[in-house]
Design a protein around this ligand. Structure first.
Ligand SMILES: [Zn+2]
Length: 120
């Protein structure tokens, strides 16, 4: 079976299901790490350092940040729908924003993966 993200071949038992997609462990960790419980309240109380001194972002990255700031946290598939963008495209940009320590993945009470502000 193929991982739906990196397209490499894996045994079925090695793949993890996420948002109806089968991912290898590497891709899964990439999408969800660091896996930390979501705390939507922390988002609201967290001081937003996003305004000052951050590097130039792509319009799509700005929109992702904007939406996630507004909602506190959002499922990747939902965000794709909201922004009318492809999930794969968002994931690529999410990885960049995560490296910039602006966004991170977390796990909600429903055990689903959400994206939230890094500072949250
Ligand atoms: Zn993979």
């Amino acid at each position: 079976m193929k991982c739906m993200r990196c397209r490499k071949e894996f045994a079925e038992s090695e793949l993890v299901e996420l948002d109806n997609r089968r991912l290898c462990e590497d891709c899964y960790m990439d999408v969800v790490s660091p896996l930390k419980a979501c705390d939507p309240w922390a988002v609201h109380s967290a001081k937003s350092g996003l305004e000052s001194g951050r590097p130039q972002l792509l319009p799509l990255q700005e929109k992702m940040l904007e939406e996630i700031k507004k909602r506190g946290r959002v499922k990747p598939a939902e965000l794709a729908e909201i922004l009318g963008a492809e999930l794969g495209e968002l994931e690529k940009n999410f990885a960049i924003l995560r490296h910039m320590e602006l966004l991170r993945g977390c796990q909600g009470d429903d055990r689903q993966v959400y994206w939230t502000l890094f500072a949250a």
